[in-house]
Design a binder for this molecule. Structure first.
Ligand code: PLP
Length: 499
């Protein structure tokens, strides 16, 4: 309060005025539609130096409010040019998380509402829509009824929760007593193939199981876990006094989209009474196609499975789903109702805060509901099928060239391949690997395509993943031409420098 008689400083509180908001919204709407319709004409990325963006931004918060149109102008000038445009149809890196118009609208509305889906009572429709969307997806994935779903941000977090539930299913009372200082807890083991995603190792680190207790099982020549080797590893570990905690099989590995033999792995888990978690973060989408369902064979026998609609079901980042037959185990780990939420929590059977570490939960279900409704099952199936067609077409181009070879079978939207230079005296595997890395760098530096590399059989492979709703045959042809040009230039340079 000011001194009596002192003139009051009037500061504007509250939000932007309705007028300002409307004007800015129009501007953003125009920008977003223009961005989406011209995205293929932009460079995907513009090489810059680390720290460049930071250097152009003030190092402290502005003292006074800046008009929103200036902020939007700064966004276009300072931020936008230094992004990698993942939505570009020639962006074929990683598992390109595609956005879609209904997904953008869903994000926008969820941001406007800013509700929290922690309990049913904190926003009933947010919780119920989450349950409905999870049920729609469960049916699309052909997972039987006992599978209960929860939405998390990412597969890494979903897998962490699955393994926490698996850990709690052991008679060790780890939730209450923890792990440290206990002599009655044997060393726990997790089994994965040598192609499994790093998120599993991170989960083991977080859950106190330890990186060293993630046992990597060898794969066959098409990068599938060897189930017989898994069985042997479990037996040997038991003899050595370890307690097997969980096996993680993958449907659609990160490098080559390989599919572990889930039915055989499930049989081992059943016999050994070990929790089976399936990482179908990418490959789960195949279950929507009648011709793709075989890849999810055996998943119904798992204890838990993660599928990421933000990878190949057209929902923008982030939206990951975990399904488990043992929701009571998840609750046993994570349900902890603070007094101030007790009244809320008593109002419904389902309060999603009970199934995870997070309390506040974004209204993620809205965007998924909008995408799934706007495309329908047929639309989803048609898009996934088209991506597989495009990947196979690209693979057929590779197979038709003497200087390229496929590095793994193609059955989803991923193609792994490599350039194989004509062997010359003194040429080594290292030369071949360097050449392939150099192709990736050249292609990406062009700004006209974006690809990544991986390591398969200790050899560098180039990798593309088709998953963007905007990608068509013409884009792929252009990317392929860029790769061939990069190969020719890199080979030429190599010849000059080594002669
Ligand atoms: N599992 C697989 C097979 C993946 O390829 C990835 C990421 O690409 C993940 C899990 C982790 O996904 P997220 O980024 O949602 O944590």
């Amino acid at each position: 309060m000011g001194e009596p008689g002192q003139k009051k400083v009037v500061e504007r509180l509250g939000d932007l005025s309705e007028q300002e908001f409307r004007k800015a919204l129009h501007q953003v709407t125009e920008w977003a539609t223009h961005y989406r319709s011209t995205i293929s004409e932009r460079p995907i990325s513009t090489p810059g130096q680390p720290g460049e963006v930071t250097a152009r931004l003030p190092s402290t918060i502005p003292k006074d409010a800046i008009p929103i149109e200036n902020i939007l102008a700064d966004f276009e000038r300072l931020i936008l040019p230094n992004l990698v445009h993942w939505g570009h149809p020639a962006f074929l890196g990683y598992f390109g998380s595609t956005t879609t118009a209904p997904g953008i609208l869903g994000e926008f509305i969820a941001g406007t509402l800013n509700v929290s889906a922690m309990t049913w009572a904190t926003s009933p429709a947010a919780t119920e829509l989450e349950s409905v969307v999870l049920q729609w997806l469960r049916k699309l994935l052909r997972l039987p009824d006992p599978f209960f779903g929860v939405v998390y941000d990412t597969a890494s977090v979903a897998t962490l929760h699955a393994l926490a539930a698996a850990r709690e299913s052991l008679p060790l009372n780890i939730r209450a007593l923890g792990l440290s200082g206990r002599e009655d807890v044997p060393r726990l083991r997790i089994y994965v193939s040598d192609q499994a995603h790093s998120s599993i190792v991170k989960a083991a680190i977080t859950l106190g199981i330890g990186e060293a207790n993630v046992r990597r099982i060898a794969c066959d020549n098409v990068f599938r876990m060897d189930a017989a080797d898994l069985q042997r590893a479990i037996q040997n570990d038991r003899l050595a006094g370890y307690l097997p905690l969980a096996v993680i099989g993958t449907v659609g590995t990160t490098s080559a989209a390989a599919v572990d033999p889930i039915p055989e792995i499930a049989a081992v888990c059943k016999k050994e009474r070990i929790w089976l978690h399936v990482d179908a973060a990418y490959g789960g989408a195949m279950a929507l196609l009648p011709e793709g369902r075989e890849f999810m064979n055996g998943v119904a026998d798992a204890d838990s499975v993660v599928v990421n609609p933000h990878k190949w079901l057209f929902v923008p980042l982030d939206f990951s789903t975990l399904y488990t037959k043992h929701p009571e185990q998840l609750r046993a780990v994570f349900s902890l109702v603070p007094e101030y939420l007790r009244g809320d929590a008593e109002q419904s059977e389902i309060n999603y805060m009970d199934y995870g570490i997070q309390l506040g939960r974004r209204f993620r279900a809205l965007k998924a509901w909008m995408v799934f409704s706007a495309f329908g099952e047929r639309g989803l199936v048609a898009r996934i099928r088209e991506h597989i067609r495009l990947a196979r077409l690209f693979a057929s181009w590779v197979e038709g060239e003497a200087e390229f070879e496929l590095a793994a079978p193609v059955h989803m939207g991923v193609v792994c391949f490599r350039a194989k230079p004509v062997p010359r005296e003194g040429s080594t595997l290292q030369n071949q690997n360097e050449l392939n890395i150099s192709i990736v760098k050249r292609v990406n530096a062009s700004g006209r395509a974006y690809i990544t590399h991986t390591l398969l059989d200790k050899k560098v492979a180039l990798r593309i993943a088709v998953g963007n709703v905007l990608t068509n045959e013409e884009h792929l042809e252009k990317v392929y031409r860029l790769i061939k040009d990069a190969f020719a230039n890199a080979t030429e340079e190599h010849r000059v420098t080594s002669s």
